[in-house]
Structure formats: C-alpha cells, structure tokens
Design a protein around this ligand. Structure first.
Ligand code: PEP
Length: 249
C-alpha cells in the first residue's frame, strides 16, 4: 500500500541554532493525520537534527548527494557520508538542483543508482517549466524526466522510491497547480509507470505534489485520489504552517 508523506525541504535555510529551534517547535506539534513526516535540513545540520529526532517519528532526510562513493569532488557529499549521520532517505532531482547546478536526467540516473545501491530511499523530483505547460508539453517533459532517470531500474527498486511532481512554475511562486492539474498529472504518472512496470508498481508508488502548498490549500490538493502527500518548501520553515499541512491528511 502506498503511504502518505509530507516532507519539508528546508533548502539553504536555518543555521545550527535555528535548526534546533525549529525542531523543538516541530516536536511540540501533534501529528493527528495519517502522513509520515520528513524534514530535510542543510547538510551541516543533519547530524544534530538526526540526534535530536532519534526517538521521534519525524525522519531527517538529505536534500542532495553526489553519485560517487568518494574522491576528488570538492564540496560534495556521498551516500555513505549521509548514512554515517543516520540519514536513510535523500531528495534527488529538485528543480533548483537541475536549474542552478546543471543536474541532467543522466546525472540524476547515476545519483539514483548510487543512492539505491547504498540502501537509501529516494524522493525523486521532477516537473515541467511554465513554457512547457503553456505549449501543452507538460506530459511529454514529465514522462521523459521519469523515464530517463528511473526506467533503467528493475521493478524491485521502486519500493525504495517516492516520486515528487513539482511543476517549476509553482515552486516558491505562490502559484499552485490546481488540485485538478495535480490529480491529472499524478494519474498520468501512474499510467506511465503502469505501461512499463505494471499495475502493482503504478498503484503502490507514493506520488507527492510540490509547489506552494500552504495550510489554506493542502486539504483540497491532498483530497485528490492520486496525490499521496506533499513536498513543502516555504511553509516547512514554520512549525505551525507545516503541521497544519501535515494534519490536512
Ligand atoms: C520545493 O522547494 O520543493 C517547494 C515545493 O517549495 P515551495 O513550497 O516554497 O513552493
């Protein structure tokens, strides 16, 4: 059965003290819904976040990693390094990584392979740009992003992958895909999975929506049958807002 997940992507926000403060605020909240909760602090704060949340159901996940296991890759972090500080899940393919750091589908395929080989779960992000949607190409863009990065995998690998559809035009812009647009795309993603991997995989994958999810719109978006949760940016930096979204399930 697929799981409901709400993941907070903190991006390059919060130093060590701010991370500890936000974690304290989050721990004072009650998860009254039925979604798993993840937070993704910056690399430098993963270790302290993991220790602070060791006995909590909130999972601490990473925002990125390199595909190599070690070596001359200045500034990068490997899967083994993430695991050594307690991380079990990594976000890959975020549109900011693609846009600002040149991550291509091919690079992402290597990162996915490295993460899975290290027994990390992957939250794999993808989504079309505004121009793609305006020209009606959103489905072909999304299907090629998924196919190029994931469709070399065996079916068994998909139990360790969560998908996150994040239309680039909705990230950090205050503009959200309508619940219907999200549902249509999530259904299309399941059809795409189904055509290669069959119904079981297509139906068992959790597909999150990301893009300006806020307390005011979360319930309606999450009510759609193919939306299994959210990847939350801005609203994840405030414990009240984040838990209002978590508890929208
Ligand atoms: C994100 O960064 O993944 C995201 C969805 O950001 P926001 O919620 O701020 O649009």
């Amino acid at each position: 059965m697929r799981k409901n997940i709400v993941a907070g992507n903190w991006k390059m926000n919060n130093d060590l003290a701010q991370t500890q403060d936000l974690i304290t605020d989050l721990e004072n909240k009650k998860n009254t819904g039925n979604a798993e909760v993840m937070i993704a602090p910056a690399f430098t704060n993963l270790f302290s976040a993991f220790n602070a949340l060791k006995d909590s159901p909130i999972e601490v996940v990473a925002q990125n990693m390199h595909f190599a296991s070690n070596g001359a890759y200045t500034g990068e972090v490997s899967a083994a390094m993430l695991k050594s500080v307690g991380v079990k899940t990594v976000i890959l393919g975020h549109s900011e990584r693609r846009a600002y750091f040149g991550e291509t589908d091919q690079v992402l395929a290597q990162k996915v392979d490295a993460a899975l080989a290290a027994d990390l779960r992957v939250v794999f992000c993808f989504g079309e740009e505004l121009a793609d949607r305006k020209s009606g190409n959103e489905e072909s863009v999304v299907s090629s992003q998924i196919k190029n990065a994931l469709f070399h995998l065996d079916a068994s690998a998909f139990k360790n992958i969560v998908l996150a559809y994040e239309p680039v035009w909705a990230i950090g812009t205050g503009e959200t895909a309508s619940p219907e647009q999200a549902q249509d795309m999530h259904k299309f993603i399941r059809r795409t999975l189904n055509s290669t991997y069959g119904d079981n995989i297509a139906e068992s994958m959790s597909i999150l929506y990301g893009g300006s999810v806020k307390p005011a719109n979360a319930k309606e978006i999450f009510s759609k049958p193919d939306v299994d949760g959210g990847l939350i940016g801005g609203a994840a930096l405030n414990a009240n807002d984040f838990y209002a979204i978590v508890n929208a399930f």
